[in-house]
Design a protein around this ligand. Structure first.
Ligand code: ADP
Length: 360
C-alpha cells in the first residue's frame, strides 16, 4: 500500500495494535471507546499521530468530528496548482516567492531580522487567481494547504465557528509547514460593528485573532493567507496582522491571451491566428480570469452547436465533424458571457492599494 506519511511527510511506522495506542488516545480525546468512532475519524486521527503513535498534545482537547471535518473537507493533500498555471501576475508571484515560499523552504535562513510575516492578504476583484496563488504557494513550498471560506464559518458553523477555528489551527500546527487560506476574510474580520452584531461572531473574530497571534510569535511554520474582494471592510486589527497586502488585479491583455491559448491547447482545439487572439483581447478588456474561462467554455461549444445545426445527431457526431474554435465563436460567446467586475469597483481597489497595499 501507500506508505503512511506523518508531519513533514516523514514515514510513520504503523501504529501498534497490541497496547492500542490509537484506541487509548482517541478515547482520551473523545471520551469514547475506540469502537464508537467511525473509520474515517480513526483514519484522520491516525494521520495526525506523531512517529511515536501519540496524538499531539494540541489535538487532545479537540473534538474528533471537527478534526475529521478539517482533514476531509478543509485540508487538501495535493492542491495541484503550479506557478505556470497562473496567467500574468508576475509581480505578485515574485513577491510571494520571496516573502513566503523561500521562508517556508528555508526557515533556517529566514529568522531573526529576516523572519517573515505570517499573514498575507490577497485583495482584488473576484476571479483573478487569488485562490490559485494560495494553492500554488502550498504546492511550491511543499506545505499542507487548508482552505476555508470565512462565510461558511459564520453561516454553516453557527455557534461552532470558534471551535472549528481552534481545531483548524491545531491541525495545521501538526501538519507544518502549513498554509491556511481564508477566503472572504472580510466577513470574519470586518470592521462593521452593526447594531445587532452577534455575540458569537464577535467571539469568532476574537478567537481567530488570538490564534493568529499565537503562531505569529512562535517558531511555527504556518502562513495565513486571507483573500478578499472587499478590502475596505477590514479593520485596523486585521490589517495589522496581515502585514503583506498584495493587489491581484484583472488580467492584462497578454494574460487573457495566455488563458485562451492554454485552455484551448489543453483540449487540442487551438487554431486561432495572432490577429484573432488580438481581436479577442481587445474585446475582453475588463474580463477577469474566471470570466475568461467561462468565455472559452462557451466559445468551445460553438463548433459543436454548429455541427448539430447541420443535422448531425449528437450520438453519431465524430470529432472530425467539428471545426476548430473560431473568432466568430468568441464573438458569439461574448454576447453570453459579460464581465463580472465594474469599472467603479476597480477604482476602489486602486485607492485601497495606494493607501494600504504592500508594493505600489
Ligand atoms: P479568486 O480566488 O481570485 O476569486 P480563483 O483563483 O478562484 O479566483 O480563480 C477562479 C478560476 O478562474 C480559476 O480556477 C481559473 O480557472 C481562472 N483564473 C482566474 N485567474 C486566473 C489567472 N491569473 N490565470 C489563469 N486562470 C485564472
Amino acid at each position: 500500500g501507500i506508505p503512511r506519511r506523518g508531519i513533514r511527510g516523514n514515514f510513520v511506522p504503523p501504529i501498534r495494535s497490541n497496547g492500542g495506542n490509537v484506541g487509548n488516545t482517541t478515547s482520551r480525546i473523545a471520551g469514547k471507546s475506540d469502537d464508537a468512532l467511525d473509520d474515517s475519524t480513526k483514519k484522520c486521527l491516525e494521520m495526525l499521530y506523531g512517529p511515536d503513535g501519540e496524538l499531539p498534545e494540541k489535538l487532545r482537547n479537540l473534538e474528533p468530528r471537527l478534526i475529521e471535518h478539517i482533514s476531509n473537507e478543509i485540508m487538501e493533500r495535493d492542491p495541484n496548482v503550479r506557478w505556470d498555471d497562473i496567467a500574468g501576475l508576475e509581480h505578485a508571484k515574485k513577491c510571494v516567492t520571496e516573502m513566503v515560499i523561500w521562508p517556508l523552504l528555508r526557515p533556517d535562513i529566514f529568522k531573526g531580522c529576516r523572519s517573515p510575516g505570517r499573514g498575507l492578504l490577497l485583495f482584488g476583484p473576484p476571479g483573478t487567481g487569488k485562490t490559485m496563488i494560495g494553492k500554488a504557494i502550498a504546492g511550491e513550498a511543499k506545505a499542507t494547504f487548508f482552505y476555508i471560506s470565512a462565510s461558511s464559518l459564520t453561516s454553516k458553523w453557527i455557534g461552532e465557528g470558534e471551535k472549528l477555528v481552534r481545531a483548524l489551527f491545531g491541525v495545521a500546527s501538526c501538519r507544518q509547514p502549513a498554509v491556511i487560506f481564508v477566503d472572504e476574510i472580510d466577513s470574519l474580520l470586518s470592521q462593521r460593528k452593526s447594531e445587532g452584531e452577534h455575540e458569537s461572531s464577535r467571539r469568532l473574530k476574537t478567537q481567530f485573532l488570538i490564534e493568529m497571534e499565537g503562531f505569529d510569535s512562535g517558531s511555527e511554520q504556518i502562513l495565513l493567507i486571507g483573500a478578499t474582494n472587499r478590502p475596505q471592510e477590514l479593520d485596523e486589527a486585521a490589517r495589522r496582522r496581515l502585514t503583506k497586502r498584495l493587489y491581484i488585479p484583472l488580467p492584462s491583455s497578454e494574460a487573457r491571451a495566455w488563458i485562451i491559448r492554454n485552455l484551448l491547447e489543453k483540449d487540442g482545439l487551438f487554431k486561432l491566428s495572432k490577429e484573432d487572439i488580438d481581436a479577442i483581447c481587445k474585446l475582453t478588456e475588463g474580463y477577469s480570469g474566471s470570466d475568461m474561462k467561462n468565455l472559452v467554455k462557451d466559445a468551445s461549444m460553438g463548433p459543436l452547436r454548429e455541427a448539430l445545426r447541420q443535422g448531425i445527431e449528437i450520438t453519431k457526431l465524430k470529432k472530425e465533424d467539428m471545426k476548430p474554435v473560431t473568432l466568430k465563436d468568441f464573438e458569439d460567446a461574448l454576447q453570453e458571457v459579460r464581465p463580472s467586475v465594474s469599472l467603479n469597483e476597480l477604482g476602489t481597489y486602486d485607492e485601497w492599494n495606494k493607501q494600504f497595499g504592500s508594493l505600489a
